[in-house]
Design a protein around this ligand. Structure first.
Ligand SMILES: Cc1ncc(COP(=O)(O)O)c(C=O)c1O
Length: 365
């Protein structure tokens, strides 16, 4: 239980775990390896030299570096205070003042629905196809007149990944319906460059937005930087909304991102380590008899055992993991997948600690 003994949901509104430093954080899909080399020093130096100065509202240097890194023009990039802000900015830009609705999947990152609600727009959600992204349902919903569509790829929380044909089918449909299609690729760095079909399409001049983040594989969740890549006209509209309030990405964040991009091999290391530990996690789950789903990301969706083939009570299971073992995982009941948990991959040592907790919990119903 939380320290004051009150019953709190395990999706802490506050992610702070002050006084709980020994708790294992496998609920937010953070990078457990620490930030890229040199970024901490640069953040400290920037704060030391310029904490009294506003940041560059245009993020010009970062934009240039990102453009170079992703082989697009600087005017094809918009920066945000995490992908979170870009999702809200996209909703403000492409939904406000229209009677258009948002299309997304029934089970996914909640920010798409909450942002649409914040601008007074309706949301049409499409049920998953098993654990997969429902491409046919999404194209049908775009044809019904969606103004904006968010497709999370790889999909949080199942880890499913789209192939090239599926990405292109979604883009073809969006172009024909006029829907602004956003691929949220917060976790694509774990899948690797061979899966960057949406970004390739942007480079070829297709009308689609791709959002990425420095919070996950890049290990910089605290500084809050996300970016969108897309055609200059859509990016201009996003930036116009963003600059209603000009300083959304702070100095330390801009400096950290510039430094991170100087060490691209860091990302390759994280991807390889994550893949190795994800395999270990899956083997551990197998050995405990826990069903799980193939994932291209840094989390795995796991079914809590119940009676027969029915999944068990995932809310209770997650609560017991937290209360009895100080291990935080995400119960997916609120995301429409009762009986399932989303567990971040973590390090080898963290998988070991999780395995001990799961073994004890499964042995004591
Ligand atoms: C699919 C997805 N998109 C966006 C975000 C937000 O990322 P950021 O830290 O860049 O705001 C998350 C965070 O967990 C996420 O899972």
């Amino acid at each position: 239980m939380p320290q004051d003994g009150s019953a709190q949901p395990y999706f802490f509104t506050s992610t702070e775990i002050t006084g709980r430093e020994d708790w294992l954080r496998l609920h937010l899909n953070e990078n457990p390896y620490g930030p890229p080399p040199g970024t901490v020093e640069d953040v400290c130096a920037e704060a030391s030299d310029h904490l009294n100065r506003y940041p560059d509202s245009e993020c010009a240097a970062v934009r240039e570096r990102l453009a170079e890194h992703f082989r697009v023009a600087p005017e094809m990039i918009a920066l945000g205070n995490g992908t979170d802000e870009l999702v809200l900015l996209a909703s403000l830009t492409f939904l406000r003042g229209t009677d258009g609705f948002v299309a997304t999947t029934s089970t996914t990152f909640p920010g798409y629905v909450t942002s649409a609600a914040a601008v007074g727009a309706r949301t049409h959600t499409v049920p998953l196809t098993g654990a997969a992204i429902p491409v046919a349902g999404l194209t049908a919903t775009m044809r019904q007149g969606a103004a904006l569509a968010f497709v999370c790829n790889p999909l949080n929380p199942t880890g499913a990944l789209l192939d090239r044909d599926e990405v292109l089918e979604l883009i073809d449909t969006a172009e024909s319906t006029g829907t602004v299609l956003v691929f949220d690729e917060a976790y694509i760095d774990f899948a690797g460059p061979a899966h960057e079909f949406a970004l390739e399409a942007v480079r070829e001049g297709r009308r689609v937005l791709v959002t990425r983040t420095f919070s996950k594989a890049w290990g910089l969740a605290s500084v809050r930087v996300g970016f969108a890549v897309g055609p200059p006209d859509l990016i201009r509209q996003l930036n116009t909304t963003a600059t209603a309030l000009p300083f959304n990405v702070n100095r330390q964040a801009q400096r950290a991102v510039r430094r991170a991009l100087e060490v691209p091999e860091y990302l390759d290391r994280v991807r390889a380590d994550n893949a190795r530990v994800r395999e270990l996690l899956c083997k551990t789950l197998d050995s405990l008899g826990l069903d799980h789903f193939p994932s291209a990301a840094n989390f795995v969706m796991v079914q809590v055992p119940g009676k027969g083939a029915e999944p068990g009570d995932s809310a209770r299971f997650a609560a017991r993991l937290a209360d009895e073992h100080h291990v935080l995982v995400r119960d997916l009941t609120a995301l429409g997948l009762p009986g399932r948990l989303r567990i971040s991959v973590g390090t080898e040592a963290e998988v070991e600690r999780l395995a001990t907790a799961l073994t004890q919990l499964l042995g004591r119903p």
